[in-house]
Design a binder for this molecule. Structure first.
Ligand code: SF4
Length: 81
């Protein structure tokens, strides 16, 4: 995964979000992700989707981001059982 990332280079403690490079570099999808996520985990910067790492653990597992992207383009990874 080579998506551009903002904030500290740390993953969330409970949740990580993975973006396909093609999705991260698609301006329309980036804007959509920034719009749908209720807790601002995505930002659209210069036409790229950026993960706002400090917000990762706010994820409410609504999967709106997964639905907004092409199949498999966004993955929500639970770092806990
Ligand atoms: S599952 Fe919902 S809260 Fe979590 S990153 Fe996706 S849109 Fe945001």
């Amino acid at each position: 995964m080579t998506a551009v990332e903002a904030g500290e280079p740390l993953h969330g403690i409970f949740i990580d979000v993975e973006l396909d490079e093609a999705v991260a570099n698609d301006a329309a999808i980036a804007a959509k992700l920034a719009e749908v996520c209720p807790v601002d985990i995505f930002a659209a910067v210069d036409g790229q989707a950026v993960i706002v790492r400090e917000n990762l653990d706010e994820c409410v597992l609504c999967y709106l981001c997964v639905e907004a992207a092409p199949d498999g383009g966004v993955r929500i990874v639970k770092l806990y059982e």
